[in-house]
Structure formats: C-alpha cells, structure tokens
Unconditional design. Structure first.
Ligand code: ZN
Length: 300
C-alpha cells in the first residue's frame, strides 16, 4: 500500500511507476484537485492508488511540470545543527533540544524552481523534508509517524549574511527569501520506504558531490521532531519540516552558490530535485559578514 502524491501545475495527482493520474478524476470526484486538500485526505490516497491499474493515466511523470507537493503550508520549520558532522564543521555545540527556525511558507518552491541569489554568500543545504498529514498536538514519539503524510527532498537555501546579520542571530530571514525552500519532486508515504530512518542523501553542485550522508545520522529523528514541535503548537495538514543538513555546506569550503550553478539533491527512495541559481538584485545587508565567516572566506 502507500502512495506517491504529485502537484502537477496546481492539481493533485497520484503517481504509479512512470505515470501520474489526476486525483479528482481518479477518485471519481470524491476528492478535489487542491494538493493541500489531498494531503489532508492522505488516509484515503493509498486505497485510490491501489485501484489505478484499471484507469488510463493522465500523463507521463517525466513530461509533467511539477510544483511543490505542499504548496501552501500553514507553517514551515527548519531544524539547525541536526547532523553531528555539520555541527562539527561549524564548530558549534551539539544541541540538546531541536534548534528550530522559521522558513516562512512564502519561501516554498517547486522541485525545479530557480533559486534567486541576492548576495554572494548564498549556500545550499540538502535535507529530508517531512509533510504533516493529520493534525498533531502533544503527540508522543511512538505515535508521530501516524501524523506524517509523507516525505520528500528539500533544499534549505541559506543567505548567510541575512542569517547572521543580527546579534544574537536569528536564522528566520536568511532562510526565508523567495524561492529558498524548493521541495519535491513528489510526496512519498512512509509505508513505501524500506526504512525512512536510514536513507542516503546527496547534494551536488554542477555535478560535484558536496554532501553525502544517511538520514540515520539525524540527531533528532522524524518522530522526535514531530513530537517536539507538537508539544509547542498544533501541526496542521501540509505543514513542512526541513529536518536539517549534513556536513559539506559551501561556506566552510568557500564554495558558495553563483549565477548559473545547478544544485541537485537526491534522497534514495524519494527522488531528485534540481534547481538552477539565478543572480537577482542585492538585498540590504548583502555585504555583511560576521567576523568568523570573514576569516573562513579569507575576506579579512
Ligand atoms: Zn538547514
């Protein structure tokens, strides 16, 4: 059982093999076309997907113009320093509770959206992304998967000057520029995955591998993150959690993103998203660099 849910030009679709099936049509009108409503009805999607072999597909997935599988989440979260090797490369302490910041929902973008660079210090962060299915409030760790609609691939694109421009720093703005939250390519229900707690994640820039790790190395895993957040606020269907990035980000090797770079992020079992960088205007603090970053980048 299980399902793969796509957003094809704003319409929910179920994916089987190389094809997709428009959800409104496939469900005989029982479910509508809105991807957000489809996520809230995740309980019904496996059954509809199981009956698709008798229907004619709407089209080939390879030809589809895919948008974000959860295009309008009510909340969108990022988790910082959630892999040991990333905390260590940044010389930061291992958190003893999840380090949570906002990726404001307006940053969510499609799996092949362009990333609009607004400084010379924008970084990639390949991440496993969780999408909530059933509302969650005060959920125990052992019940957390019941509240997850599915998983997908994401990039927590990060403008380092905006991330560290204030003291003490708040990460929210540097992580929330338009286009800085591409997710996709589709939403995969956890029951389709051999082990959602141990999937290989890689991130390449222009074909050069920069990050490679397994989600088994997460300090706080998916159930712990869902439980923790649900103890503070109500997670709603479609809400998105970027679970953190492994070591290998650009800033620590002076390999930040440039106009024309192509960022490719893959998680085995979930697929690949590919995002091209396009240089847009500079933001107000585009030249600001905190002292430790100046030293790292040889700018002192
Ligand atoms: Zn991140």
């Amino acid at each position: 059982m299980g399902f793969r849910l796509a957003n094809v030009e704003g319409r929910a679709a179920l994916v089987v093999g190389d094809h997709y099936y428009d959800l409104e049509k496939a469900s005989g009108g029982a479910l509508g076309s809105d991807p957000m409503a489809a996520i809230a009805a995740a309980d019904q999607l496996s059954e509809i997907a199981a009956g698709l072999s008798e229907q004619t597909p709407t089209g080939k997935l390879a030809d589809a113009n895919l948008e974000a599988p959860s295009p309008r989440p009510s909340n969108s979260f990022g988790i910082g320093l959630n892999y040991r090797n990333h905390a260590e490369e940044g010389n930061m302490p291992i958190p003893d509770a999840p380090l949570v910041f906002a990726k404001f929902p307006s940053c969510i973008a499609g799996p092949s959206a362009d990333i609009q660079l607004r400084s010379d210090y924008v970084d990639y962060e390949g991440e496993l992304v969780v999408v909530i299915g059933k509302a969650a409030k005060d959920v125990a760790v052992e019940d957390a998967w019941d509240h997850v609609a599915g998983l997908c691939v994401g990039q927590d694109v990060s403008d380092r000057p905006a991330q560290f421009t204030s003291a003490p720093p708040q990460f929210n703005m540097g992580k929330s520029f338009d286009t800085y939250g591409p997710i996709g390519p589709v939403l995969t229900s956890p029951d389709l995955l051999a082990d959602p707690g141990a999937m290989q994640l890689t991130c390449s820039v222009n074909g050069e591998e920069r990050q490679s790790d397994t989600t088994g190395d997460l300090i706080f895993d998916v159930p712990q993150l869902v439980s923790y957040l649900s103890g503070i606020l109500t997670l709603r269907p479609g809400d998105v959690i970027f679970t953190g990035t492994p070591g290998g980000v650009g800033v620590f090797q002076n390999k930040l993103l440039r106009d024309g770079d192509v960022v490719t992020t893959t998680i085995d079992g979930l697929g690949t998203i590919t995002n091209r960088c396009v240089r847009a205007s500079d933001h107000a603090r585009a030249d600001f660099l905190p002292p430790q970053m100046k030293a790292l980048l040889g700018k002192d």
